[in-house]
Ligand binder design. Sequence first.
Ligand code: 9YT
Length: 132
Amino acid sequence: MIVKNLYDDVIGTSADVESAQWNSRRLLLAKEGMGFSLHDTLIKPGEALHLCYKNHLEAVYCIAGEGEIVEKKNGLTHPIREGTVYALNEHDAHILKANKGVGMRMVCVFNPPVTGQETHDKDGSYAIALTE
Ligand code: 9YT
């Protein structure tokens, strides 16, 4: 069994990955052997992320804050608030926007799992891990 605490075991470690637009606290990674990774991610207020996870499937559950997600293929915009989940089941190109003010706190699951230090490529994806 694996038991961790965000505050005791993740924040301030190599699994606490900061970018200009978000802070991803990676609770479970490829090395834990679960077949997915689990992140507690803060999207910074007012940021708009252009993403397309061509190598991964991602599900995202908002537990705080507000924003929206735009599907690039058709321009459809979906509001996001606490309790909203979205699943990028078609590796969907999208824009994730956090409202100004408090940003958003999201629980993210990646399949296959990320290894720990991934940040976005120019095309908004993470590279595929060659070994787990
Ligand atoms: C929701 C989302 O895709 N945010 C970007 C960061 C990423 N999910 C991560 O690594 O936690």
